[in-house]
Ligand binder design. Structure first.
Ligand code: UGA
Length: 446
C-alpha cells in the first residue's frame, strides 16, 4: 500500500487515482478547481467514462480515495505525487505548460519529506528536467526528490480497461532507484516495465501517439485511393492486418482522428522537431491528410446534393469517438462548422455529448434520438461510431428523411443493403468493385 497524491482530476488524473485506489493504495486527488473537488466529493464526475463512477464511489466509501484543493493535506504522507494536469495546445502548436509549472511550484512549496514526482501528463521532451529545476528553485528549504516520467496510454472510452491491462509501463528518470520504486507501484498491473531516461520516456509517448495517428492517416489515404479505383478499403485493411508485421489495430478509415491527444500531440512533436532543426515531413502529411478527411465528407454531400446551402443535414454522433462525451477536436464538430459556414442547417444527435455541444456550437439543433434527427433531413452523416447506431431501423430512418442520402463517415453500414433499401449511400473508401462511392471518377459506372 502506498500513499499517492494525484494533481489534476481531469481525464488522466481521475482514472489514474481511482484505479490506484482500487488496487488498495491510499489516494488524495487534488485540483485547483473547488467546484470540481466539491462535485467529486458528492460523486459527481467532471467527465463521462464508462464504469468510472462506480469505481470512484466504491473507493470513496472504502476511504481509499479522497479529494482536496489543499497541497499540504495532499502531500502530507505522500510517497509519490503524480502530475496529471492539462497541457493544452499553444499558439504555434507547442504544448502549453503553464499548469505543469503551477503544479511543480506548488509541490515544491508544500513538500516536507522526500518525494518522487511523476509526470503523467503528455509533456514535451525535456519537461522532466525543467520540472526538476522548478522544484529545486521553489523549495523553501532543500528536500530530496526525484522526477520520473511515466506517460499514460489510456484511451477515452476504455480508460479503465487500458489502465488495468496495460501493454507496458514506461518509466524514465536520471534516478534509477526512483524508477524502481515507481515500478513497485505498478507491479500489480503485471505488464512489462520499460525503464529508461527521462527524455526517452517522454519521447516514447509522442512517438506512440504519432505512430497510431500515422496509421489512421495512412488508411484514410488508402481509402481515398480505394474509392477512386473501385476497391473496398474495409477488406483491404482486413487483408493487410493478417500480416503479423502490420496487425489490424488503428486501420479504421473514417472522418479522421480527433480528441485531445492525437491532433495536439502530432502537432507538438512536429513543432519540437522544427524548432530543433529537423524536418518532420511525415508528421506534417499526417496532419494534412487528417484535415482533408473531414472535408471529404462535405465534398461528398455537395456531390450528392448539388449544394448544401439551405439543406438540412443531420449528424449521427458528435463526440470525437464513441463512449465519451468529449468533443475536443471532434471531426463531427469540424464537419458541422464547415456545413454551417456553407449555409446548411445542421442537426445532431449524440447519446452523451449534447450538453458539451450546446456550449461550443449552439447553432447545432440537438435531437433526442436518431429517428427525430432523420425527420425531414436532406442527408445524414455518421460522424461517431456509437454502438446504438449499428442496428437502427433503417426503414424508418429512410421514411423519415426528405431525401434518403447517407454519408457513412465511419463505415458502419453495408452499402449494398443500404442501396437496396433506397438510400443513396457513400462510405469512406468503399469502391465495391467500381459500383459506388467514387462519384467523381469516370470509371465508376456512372
Ligand atoms: C489516444 C491513444 O490511443 C492513447 O493510447 C493515449 O493515451 C491517448 O490518446 C492520450 O494521449 O491521452 P484517445 O485519443 O482517447 O487515445 O482515443 P483513440 O481510441 O486513440 O482514438 C483517437 C481518434 O482516432 C478518434 O477520433 C478515433 O475515432 C480515431 N480513430 C481511431 C480512427 O479514425 N481510426 C482508427 O482505426 C482508430
Amino acid at each position: 500500500m502506498y500513499n499517492v497524491c494525484v494533481v489534476g482530476v481531469g481525464y488522466v488524473g481521475l482514472v489514474t487515482g481511482t484505479c490506484f485506489a482500487d488496487l488498495g493504495n491510499r489516494i488524495i486527488a487534488l485540483d485547483i478547481s473547488e467546484k470540481r473537488i466539491e462535485n467529486l466529493k458528492q460523486g459527481v464526475l467532471p467527465i463521462y467514462e464508462p464504469g468510472l463512477k462506480e469505481i470512484v464511489e466504491r473507493n470513496i466509501n472504502a476511504g481509499r480515495l479522497n479529494f482536496t484543493t489543499d497541497y499540504t493535506e495532499a502531500l502530507k504522507d505522500a510517497d509519490f505525487a503524480f502530475i496529471c494536469v492539462g497541457t493544452p495546445e499553444g499558439v504555434d502548436g507547442e504544448a502549453d505548460l503553464q499548469y505543469v509549472r503551477m503544479a511543480a511550484e506548488s509541490i515544491a512549496q508544500n513538500m516536507d519529506h522526500p518525494l518522487i514526482i511523476i509526470n503523467k501528463s503528455t509533456v514535451p521532451v525535456g519537461t522532466g528536467d525543467w520540472v526538476a529545476e522548478i522544484v529545486r528553485k521553489n523549495q523553501p528549504k532543500p528536500v530530496d526528490f526525484a522526477v520520473v516520467s511515466c506517460p499514460e496510454f489510456l484511451r477515452e472510452g476504455s480508460a479503465i480497461r487500458d489502465f488495468l491491462n496495460p501493454d507496458r509501463t514506461v518509466l524514465g528518470s536520471t534516478d534509477k532507484e526512483a524508477c524502481h520504486k515507481v515500478a513497485q507501484l505498478h507491479l500489480p498491473l503485471r505488464a512489462p516495465i520499460v525503464i529508461t531516461d527521462l527524455r526517452t520516456a517522454e519521447m516514447i509517448k509522442y512517438a506512440s501517439n504519432a505512430f497510431l495517428a500515422t496509421r489512421i492517416s495512412f488508411i484514410n489515404e488508402i481509402a481515398n485511393i480505394c474509392e477512386a479505383l473501385g476497391a473496398d478499403v474495409k477488406e483491404v485493411a482486413q487483408g493487410m492486418g493478417y500480416d503479423k508485421r502490420i496487425g489490424h489495430h488503428f486501420l479504421e478509415p473514417g472522418v479522421g482522428f480527433g480528441g485531445s491527444c492525437f491532433p495536439k500531440d502530432v502537432k507538438a512533436l512536429a513543432y519540437m522537431a522544427q524548432v530543433n532543426g529537423t524536418h518532420p515531413e511525415l508528421l506534417q502529411a499526417v496532419i494534412g491528410i487528417n484535415m482533408t478527411q473531414r472535408k471529404q465528407i462535405v465534398i461528398k454531400l455537395e456531390d450528392l446534393l448539388g449544394s448544401v446551402d439551405g439543406k438540412l443535414i443531420g449528424l449521427l454522433g458528435l463526440a470525437f469517438k464513441e463512449n465519451t462525451d468529449d468533443i475536443r477536436e471532434s471531426p463531427a464538430i469540424a464537419i458541422a462548422d464547415m456545413l454551417h459556414n456553407l449555409g446548411a442547417n445542421v442537426r445532431g444527435y449524440d447519446p452523451v455529448a449534447g450538453e458539451n455541444v450546446a456550449r461550443v456550437a449552439p447553432y447545432i439543433e440537438l435531437c433526442d434520438d436518431p429517428y427525430t434527427l432523420a425527420r425531414g433531413c436532406d442527408a445524414l452523416v455518421v460522424a461517431t461510431p456509437w454502438n446504438e447506431f449499428k442496428s437502427l431501423d433503417m426503414g424508418q430512418i429512410c421514411a423519415e428523411m426528405k431525401t434518403p442520402i447517407m454519408v457513412d463517415g465511419r463505415n458502419l453500414y453495408d452499402g449494398r443493403i443500404m442501396m437496396e433499401m433506397g438510400f443513396q449511400y457513400r462510405g469512406v473508401g468503399r469502391g465495391f468493385g467500381g459500383n459506388m462511392g467514387a462519384s467523381r471518377t469516370k470509371d465508376n459506372g456512372k
